[in-house]
Each structure stands twice: as structure tokens, then as C-alpha cells.
Design a protein around this ligand. Structure first.
Ligand code: ARG
Length: 552
């Protein structure tokens, strides 16, 4: 057993916060801006923004900071580059904090002090259609958001805004009344070619929304069937949406008329070609004129925007949500900006509530166009997942493992890239065992698990010798700021990149530092590193909704 670790009681378990707290007194209230850096353990960028306000050279300010800061032996500081302060953390501190992390089930990530009620609106497929790859991103990204916010202690309400009340339903019902047993695709083909059928479909929506029993009978059966199918898909995907989370467009039906009446009473609506519209400031149509948000169509029906206004009003005023997330593709950006603007004007979205369109780009084929099947149709999700599992079975034929790896690969490919840009769906790349992929991370986790299995029981404690041990340890201490940052930005690729970097550091450590054959003392220390690395990878993958089998 080495020397007793320095006392860290009451100190935050992440070094970023610890070092920032040490620098703060020398900064007169300015942000210490301490971050991990490729050039040092940590780097403070505090001097750069100060240079302008103080009218001094950034390197002079940085030198002052180095001279004045009392780092209490936790780190050494030196000026670097244009005015950064490089911080090198004492090995004993890294070792002490890591030992503490080994005993903390939450890996140094505290639950938030002030939980918010967060509504995560995600998945929201159009219920008349089969679930296609088009709704994969919303489902996967939204679930990661729900998982991470819930883990941090927020009250998360999942809302599956099923498209169960619009045109495509009118179309399908109208079709099925004449062709029992027909399919959505048949209905759409007829819809595309027949203006007469289009008109009947439109009238069918009006009938449905007016409560016509024959229509509603068929509607109820169709919706129930879709919900069953969806729940099966969610379960297979490891998505946490349940039957209780369905809040389809139809569920806001009774609120539509009152919502429109309230907007009208507040003077926010004017008529245009028979439709009732809101005209939030700053939105311009293609022709350069004001852009309307249609809340009641000329045929008296309510559309997508009215439903979203009713849903928003319900979420803030009745549910009491303080953060609203809409995980929906980028093409709907203007829609949400307009809905938020009208809701603010109506008083349904107070300043204290944030409404965020968590937008994302499309899944693309190898040709850079929308990802489609060979026949040119949208790819059904079930077929896609079947193929993922079949391909993963080449790596490991065990059905449970193949499912975890195949589906994990698809989800990771979706979450691993910046959500705002589209990504190319590429089987070979997502299933590769090297690079920033799901399988690479899952294999790293399984490798560590097997070491821990063989290691047996041990007392956690860390002493650092080799550079690879130090590099791994330091990265393990950076989990908290990554998770906290991602919960705010919902940039899941940052968590993915962190886990990838961590797995790579683990692999280097594993190549350079024997664990099971190490001398007593060193062995326990390395097992402790393995333990915290395994837990961090597992938790990180779980926050992304990706399984981590112990054996692969
Ligand atoms: N059903 C919509 C679509 O497929 C997505 C629903 C998103 N949520 C919302 N509150 N509008 O485009």
C-alpha cells in the first residue's frame, strides 16, 4: 500500500472545477476558462478576453495570473502561446481523485440541485405510415436527451407527438373504406395521381376531426395497430419510449378551438384567403412579404401549427415544463421558430422557459442524396435493423450479442457525428472495429470487463507511474464536464468523442502496462483504473442508449 492519499473531502471530483476555483481569486470575477487541452493537462484561457477590457498584452495578464494564483500544490502553471496558462496537475491529486471516483456510483457527476421539468418531444412518426429510417434520428437523439437529463436528476417527460390526426390519415381511411386490406403505399399512389381522391381525403380529415363515428372506428383500429408496431420497434432499438408517452396530435384536438379563440382575443390573428393566420415579426416569405403561420385552414380544419401551439401551451401552462425540447429535422426550423414566436406573443412561453428546436440533418445514401432503398422508397426501419443484426452476426453469431452490436452500431453512427449535419449511412464504416464506432467502444468495454473478471476482488487505490496510466486517469476525471456540457448543448457527438478518446487511451494503457501480472500495489492501482474506465464507458454508452455486453 502506498502513502495515504491527500485529503480531497469536499473538493469537487472534477479537476476542471477544482482548478477553476483555485484560479478564481486571482481573476477578480473573470471566468477562469479552464479546459482540457492537447497542449497541457488543462489550460486556462482567461487572459485572452481580459486583454481587450484591460488594454494589456494577454501574455502579461497570463504571467500575472501565474504569479498570483495560489494553486496549493495541486498543479503547476506556466504561460504558453498567445496568453494561455498551461496547468500540469500533480500526480498525487489525480490519484486521490480517481480513488474517490472508484467509490462513487455516479462517477463524480452529481445530480442537479435545481431539477427542471423537461419535455422531450421525439420520435413523433406519422402513424399512418410504417416507421422508416426518416424517424430514426429523432428517436435515437431524443432518447439520448431523455436519458442524460434524467440521469442528471431532471424531471423528464417524454412526448411522442404521433402524427395521427392529419392528411395522411384521411387519405388512408378513405382508401381503406373502399379497398379493405389496402396499404399505405397504394393509397399514396392513388393520392399522387387523382385530384378527386385528394379532395375526398381532405374531406375525410374534416369528417374525422368532426367526430364522425364510422371514420373514428377505423381510425382507432389503425392507431392501435401502429402503436403496437412502434412499441416493438422501440423495444428492439433500446429506446425508452413507452405506451404512456404517446401524446399524438389527436390528443390536442379539444384544445384547438380554445387556442385559436385565445389567439384571436389577443389580437394575434388575421384572416387571409379564408384562413386564420398569425404573422410573427421577422419572418419573410419567398416573395419577400410577411410569412403567415396558418392556425385554421380555409376549410375550417386545424393543421400542424395549431396542434403545436396547443401542445406547447399545454406543456408550459398545465405540465409546468421549464425546458421544451423538440427533436425534429432541420427542415422544420422555420415552423418551430414561428410557433415559439407566436407562443411568446400569446404569453404561453415566459422568459423563464426555454424552447429549443434540437434540429438534425438527414441520413444520406452513398450518393449524398436522401437515404433510400434500391426501389427508391424510404427504408423501413425494421428491415434496416434486420440487416444491421445480420451484418453484426459476422463478428459474433450469438443472437443477443449480434443485436447489441448491430443496433449499437446504427445508433452510434447517428449520435457520433454533429447532429446538425447529415451523415452518410455506410454499413462498413459503422461496423468497423477500429475508429470512432459503436463496435470499437463495445469491444473496449468487453476487454476491460474480462480483465476485471480475471482480476478478482481488490482494494481500490491509485498510484501513478507510467505516462499511459496518467493519461488514462486524467481523462477519466473529465467525464463530469462532458456530461454536463452535453446536457446543455445536446451535442451528443461530444460525449461520443470523449468515449472514443477514453477507449483509445485505455487501449494504449493496456498495451503498455500489464495489469494482472503487475507487482502487488501496482496491480490494484491498474485494476482501479480498469474499474473506473469500464464504468465510465458503460455509463457513457448507456446515456447514448447503446448496450455494452460484458462479453463479445
Ligand atoms: N410528425 C412530425 C413529422 O414527421 C414530427 C412531429 C414533431 N413534433 C412536433 N411537436 N411537431 O414531421
Amino acid at each position: 500500500m502506498g502513502p495515504p492519499p491527500p485529503r480531497t473531502d469536499g473538493l469537487p471530483m472534477n479537476l476542471e472545477a477544482l482548478l477553476a476555483a483555485r484560479l478564481a481569486p486571482a481573476l477578480d470575477g473573470a471566468d477562469p476558462a479552464v479546459r482540457r487541452s492537447p497542449h497541457a493537462d488543462y489550460q486556462s484561457g482567461a487572459a485572452l478576453p481580459l486583454a481587450r477590457t484591460l488594454g494589456r498584452a494577454p501574455r502579461d495578464i497570463a504571467a500575472d495570473l501565474v504569479a498570483r494564483a495560489d494553486l496549493g500544490g495541486l498543479a503547476t502553471a506556466e504561460v504558453s502561446g498567445p496568453g494561455f496558462v498551461n496547468l500540469t496537475v500533480a500526480d498525487e491529486l489525480i490519484a486521490a481523485v480517481l480513488t474517490e471516483l472508484a467509490g462513487d456510483a455516479r462517477l463524480g457527476v452529481p445530480r442537479v440541485e435545481h431539477p427542471q421539468t423537461v419535455i422531450v418531444d421525439y420520435s413523433g412518426p406519422n402513424a399512418a405510415k410504417e416507421l422508416t429510417v426518416g424517424h430514426l434520428r429523432s428517436t435515437v437523439i431524443g432518447d439520448a436527451a431523455a436519458r442524460i437529463l434524467e440521469w442528471l436528476g431532471h424531471d423528464v417527460v417524454r412526448a411522442n407527438h404521433l402524427g395521427d390526426w392529419g392528411t395522411s390519415f384521411g387519405m388512408l381511411i378513405e382508401y381503406l373504406l373502399e379497398h379493405p386490406g389496402g396499404t399505405y403505399l397504394d393509397a399514396r399512389t392513388l393520392f399522387a395521381s387523382s385530384p378527386e381522391f385528394q379532395e375526398r381525403s381532405r374531406l375525410r380529415v374534416v369528417k374525422m376531426q368532426a367526430g364522425d363515428e364510422e371514420t373514428l372506428d377505423l381510425w382507432r383500429k389503425l392507431v392501435a395497430g401502429t402503436k403496437d408496431q412502434l412499441l416493438t420497434a422501440y423495444q428492439r432499438l433500446g429506446v425508452t419510449l413507452t405506451g404512456g408517452d404517446f401524446a399524438g396530435e389527436s390528443s390536442y384536438h379539444d384544445q384547438l378551438a380554445p387556442v385559436v379563440a385565445e389567439l384571436e382575443a389577443k389580437g394575434l390573428l388575421t384572416e387571409s384567403d379564408g384562413a386564420l393566420c398569425a404573422w410573427p415579426a421577422g419572418f419573410v416569405s419567398r416573395e419577400g412579404g410577411p410569412l403567415p403561420l396558418i392556425v385554421r385552414k380555409s376549410d375550417g380544419g386545424f393543421g400542424y401549427a395549431a396542434t403545436d401551439l396547443a401542445a406547447l401551451r399545454h406543456r408550459t401552462l398545465s405540465v409546468g415544463a421549464t425546458r421544451l425540447l423538440y427533436v425534429v429535422g432541420s427542415p422544420q426550423r422555420t415552423h418551430f421558430e414561428m410557433v415559439f414566436a407566436v407562443a411568446r406573443a400569446a404569453g404561453w412561453l415566459p422568459e423563464s422557459v426555454s424552447a429549443e428546436h434540437v434540429e438534425f440533418g438527414s441520413v444520406l445514401g452513398a450518393d449524398g442524396k436522401m437515404f433510400r432503398s434500391r426501389s427508391g422508397d424510404a427504408v423501413p426501419l425494421a428491415a434496416l435493423l434486420d440487416e444491421a443484426v445480420t451484418r453484426a452476426a459476422v463478428l459474433n453469431p450469438d443472437p443477443a450479442v449480434a443485436a447489441a452490436v448491430g443496433i449499437g452500431a446504427v445508433k452510434y453512427a447517428d449520435l457520433g457525428a454533429d447532429r446538425r449535419s447529415g451523415y452518410v449511412f455506410d454499413w462498413d464504416r459503422m461496423l468497423a472495429l477500429t475508429g470512432n464506432t459503436g463496435p470499437y467502444l463495445q469491444y473496449a468495454y468487453a476487454r476491460i470487463s474480462s480483465i476485471l473478471d480475471k482480476g478478482g476482488a481488490f482494494t481500490a487505490g491509485v498510484t501513478l507511474g507510467e505516462p499511459a496510466e496518467r493519461a488514462l486517469a486524467l481523462e477519466l476525471l473529465a467525464f463530469e464536464p462532458v456530461v454536463t456540457g452535453v446536457a446543455q448543448s445536446l451535442e451528443f457527438h461530444r460525449l461520443a468523442a470523449y468515449l472514443y478518446g477514453l477507449a483509445a487511451l485505455f487501449n494504449t494503457f493496456h498495451q503498455q502496462c500489464p495489469v494482472l501480472r503487475a507487482a502487488p500495489g501496482v496491480r490494484e492501482s491498474r485494476l482501479t483504473l480498469c474499474l473506473v474506465a469500464a464504468r465510465t464507458l458503460r455509463r457513457g454508452l448507456d446515456l447514448l442508449g447503446i448496450a455494452s455486453p460484458a462479453r463479445l
